[in-house]
Design a protein around this ligand. Structure first.
Ligand code: FES
Length: 135
């Protein structure tokens, strides 16, 4: 093997190792994730997943959840680590990311990495069966 051939193989080998590392979601490969701004929409909570305590949905990039006690929470849906939509866990009133298992409490604060930034929390106001979600 000559020198050119050697470096050629080393270069290919290093690149082949780096690509799977980023796809695997190591913290060094995190993306910039931004939360929705100027949020203001309403949802009819008399039907669908928000009609039941513990249910949730994602609309306009916002996860809206109905707690087991019937109150409502709204946070940015995209995990602040790499943007995968988080899920609401009604039993612990918290949010979890299925991608790398980051955990957030009911206010959106990080309770377990690899995420380091909180989810954005939005306001909710219920009038009859109409829930307003807003910044
Ligand atoms: S995308 Fe990595 S923990 Fe959520």
């Amino acid at each position: 093997m000559d020198r050119k051939e050697f470096f050629s193989q080393i270069g290919v080998g290093a690149a082949a190792l780096l690509v799977p590392a980023c796809l695997g979601g190591l913290t060094g490969c995190s993306k910039s994730v931004s939360a929705p701004t100027n949020v203001d929409f309403t949802i009819d909570v008399s039907t669908g997943s928000l009609a039941t305590n513990g249910g949730y949905l994602v609309q306009n990039g916002v996860l809206v959840a109905r707690t087991t006690s019937g109150s409502f929470l709204a946070v940015s849906a995209a995990c602040t680590h790499e943007g995968t939509n988080v899920k609401y866990v009604s039993s612990s009133n918290s949010f979890t990311c299925p991608n790398h298992n980051a955990q957030f409490n009911s206010t959106g604060a990080v309770t377990q990495g690899p995420a380091t930034t909180s989810l954005t929390k939005y306001n909710t106001t219920l009038t009859g069966t109409s829930l307003r979600v807003y910044s």
